[in-house]
Design a protein around this ligand. Structure first.
Ligand code: SF4
Length: 464
């Protein structure tokens, strides 16, 4: 039996897809890259914005169309945050889907697929199967978050591109930012055991991997008991650094109110820990932060970054912003622009607010308090323009410097007609994207590149 997995959304989803691919591989299924060849098609979905859900429905429609066109009896399964949050909506809009499986039920997926295939083989109608978690029961202590998920991570086979890997250190989130679906889609926050993380890191190290990224929704709040001591993210980073020789270690995503200065100390002391920090502010106005249920003020945020830059002078900072949250005034918006100017982020993910059903902010505001689309769009473009200028100015200071780049492969614009050299893309330790010509065979190596020119998003150079 052959399976195809397509992943939408964040790195956590990519890691889940890898785990599912491993799980199915252990059960004897073969992966394929062409959906038309698959007996089982799995879509891993995102729910963070309405657009992501619409895209998932559109891909499911396409898979069903292919299934009908090819006359193949492929099973179609949906996993990920959309599956957890909206199984009924998926059943309504895509009634042809055979399996709906939430992120905390992935250990069930193999069994559900086998059952569906058996039904199909016996010429029976495949009954729709839904496995989603009741996080309210888990949060109120009525149910434990299943150990099977941990065992999926522990048994993780090393599939896919080998030189960059993610390691999950935490699941779920308890912050309940008022616009966010994650606590409802991924459940309560829990930190994985230190021993399991270190064992996984050692296994990855043995494969010759060049970069690992420790993943958590709020990785800065990582907390576990280990050998009679409390281990937070700073201590975990030290232990990971000690237990492997992987040249680059990163972590994402941090939450400002949980962030301990000890993490900056670790960044300054550990040579293989990258000086890169993704620390979303989400807004520049304290009033808006309060409405967003973020537990810090702009002063605290700026003080933290000031401390970070003092301890780690080459610290590269990325951020996230939401534009047009209900009741946002022009003055609030101006404060977000000021924050961009003060922090000078390496890059920023700037999104227009959209209501997500089930979140704390949904249904709380009157239509008059919602920001009209044209104002949202104008503020969004202004933020993008300011950030573009800042990133461009900062990148120009890189021209003439020599940087170490982990080569990720050919760039999207690589010209196939080139005889010997390809256009390659890679990243510096600060997570800056570098484009240069080189042999494709250096993919997966760390190479020195002299920067010759720069734009807001990209550095361009030549191999030294
Ligand atoms: S910290 Fe806030 S934005 Fe981030 S995942 Fe948790 S609830 Fe969502």
């Amino acid at each position: 039996m052959r399976f195809y997995v397509e992943t939408l959304g964040c790195q956590m989803n990519k890691l889940d897809s890898e785990l599912v691919a491993g799980l199915l591989g252990q059960l004897g299924y073969q992966p394929v890259t062409d959906v038309a060849e698959a007996d089982v098609t799995i879509l891993n979905t995102c729910s963070v914005r309405d657009h992501a859900e619409q895209k998932a429905l559109s891909r499911l429609g396409h898979f069903n169309h292919l299934r009908k066109k090819n006359g193949t009896p492929a099973i179609i399964a949906v996993m990920g945050c959309f599956a957890q949050r909206s199984p009924e909506l998926i059943r309504n809009k895509a009634p042809f889907v055979d399996i709906i499986c939430g992120p905390a039920e992935l250990h069930e997926l193999g069994r559900l697929i086998s059952q569906s295939l058996l039904q199909r083989k016996a010429d029976q109608k495949v009954s729709a199967k839904i496995a989603v978690s009741d996080f309210r029961k888990i949060r109120s202590g009525q149910e434990a978050l299943c150990d099977e998920l941990e065992s999926l991570d522990v048994q993780r086979p090393m599939v896919g591109e080998g030189f960059q890997r993610f390691v999950r250190v935490q699941r779920g989130c308890d912050n309940f930012c008022s616009y966010c679906v994650v606590p409802f889609a991924r459940g309560p926050e829990c930190s994985r055991p230190v021993d399991h993380i270190l064992e996984e890191v050692r296994r990855i190290d043995r494969t010759g991997c060049k970069e690992i990224t420790l993943l958590g929704q709020t990785v800065s709040s990582y907390c576990q008991d280990h050998q009679g001591q409390k281990v937070g993210l700073a201590e975990l980073l030290c232990l990971v650094h000690e237990s492997c020789s992987i040249p680059r270690i990163r972590f994402i995503t941090s939450y400002p109110a949980d962030f301990s200065p000890a993490i900056f100390e670790a960044m300054a002391e550990l040579p293989r820990l990258c000086p890169y920090l993704h620390l979303p502010a989400q807004h520049g106005s304290d009033r808006m932060l309060k409405l967003m249920n973020r537990r810090y003020t702009i002063k605290q945020y700026l003080d933290l970054l000031e401390q970070g830059r003092r301890i780690v002078p080459n610290l590269s900072i990325a951020g996230d912003f939401i534009v047009g949250f209900p009741t946002e005034t022009q003055d609030d918006h101006q404060q977000s622009i000021e924050l961009l100017e003060k922090v000078r982020y390496k890059n920023c993910f700037i999104f227009k607010y959209s209501i997500r059903p089930g979140t704390l902010a949904a249904g709380k505001y009157t239509p008059e308090q919602e920001i009209p689309e044209e104002i949202k769009s104008a503020r969004h473009s202004e933020m993008l323009q300011v950030q573009d200028r800042i990133a461009n100015e900062d990148n120009q200071t890189m021209v003439g410097k020599i940087v170490e780049v982990l080569v990720e492969g050919t760039s999207k614009k690589n010209r196939a007609d080139k005889q010997t050299l390809s256009q390659l893309v890679g990243r510096t330790v600060e997570d800056k994207i570098v484009i240069f010509d080189g042999l494709e065979t250096i993919t997966g190596t760390i190479t020195k590149v002299r920067i010759q020119s720069a734009s807001s998003l990209t550095l361009f150079g030549e191999v030294v």
